[in-house]
Design a protein around this ligand. Structure first.
Ligand SMILES: CC(C)(COP(=O)(O)OP(=O)(O)OC[C@H]1O[C@@H](n2cnc3c(N)ncnc32)[C@H](O)[C@@H]1OP(=O)(O)O)[C@@H](O)C(=O)NCCC(=O)NCCS
Length: 189
């Protein structure tokens, strides 16, 4: 008898990030290869972010959070807003600062990675953004996240050098909405 080992596909649903503060930080820690409770000290901050007008999506498997993403219109008073908008303005990229959606976080548990869940979360969140552009920050080195963003039409807007000796460089990326995946862009060219 053949027994399928195929994992059921997690279900996506809109979530309240403030109410899921602990769960999202545990998923984030695992996705980043940190100890399970390494980010627990950020719980109060994440609870507070729930009040920032976020759009958030969680992916659930058997009632457990397997991945999540959230973002916010760039005009909302989100903590990363000022430095990112400032960098874009200083680099002459004013068009990316108005009517933009800021993608704050995207994380998938290691056991669920490389099965298309990150793609589903990214496209579902961007489809719900009411703005014309989406911007984000991500570590500058080549990562699965950067490949994912590039595949969906994100461009590198600014490379930001480390602001301190123990800080890592990061990139500000942006895409026009709606997202146009690679296959469609190639066909349109
Ligand atoms: C970035 C991240 C969210 C991607 O999540 P994911 O669920 O693995 O994303 P996907 O499965 O859609 O795509 C990832 C890779 O799996 C591949 N893939 C997708 N479905 C697949 C399948 N069924 N079989 C084999 N490979 C598959 C994709 O082609 C992609 O390959 P690539 O990295 O070589 O380009 C995840 O790696 C993560 O949480 N990373 C740590 C946190 C992080 O960096 N977050 C972003 C911060 S800005």
């Amino acid at each position: 008898m053949h027994v399928s080992t195929r994992r059921p596909v997690p279900v996506l649903t809109a979530v309240d990030i403030g109410a899921l503060a602990e769960e999202t930080l545990r998923v984030q820690a695992a996705a980043l290869g940190l100890a399970p409770r390494a980010l627990d000290d950020r719980v109060p901050e994440r609870r507070a972010r729930g009040a920032c007008g976020l759009t958030a999506i969680g992916a659930f498997h058997d009632g457990q959070l397997a991945g999540f993403t959230y973002g916010v219109p760039a005009h909302e008073p989100y903590p990363w807003r000022e430095p990112v908008l400032h960098r874009l303005l200083a680099a002459g990229r004013r068009s990316w600062t108005g009517d933009a959606f800021y993608l704050c976080e995207l994380h998938v548990l290691p056991d669920f990675q490389r099965q298309g869940l990150g793609t589903r979360l990214l496209t579902a969140l961007c489809a719900r953004a009411g703005e014309h552009r989406v911007i984000l920050t991500t570590p500058a080195q080549p990562t699965p996240a950067r490949r994912l963003y590039h595949r969906h039409g994100y461009r590198d807007l600014i490379d930001v050098p480390p602001y301190a000796s123990d800080a890592a460089p990061y990139a500000i990326m942006g895409a026009e909405l709606p997202l146009l995946p690679e296959a469609f862009r190639a066909r349109a060219a």
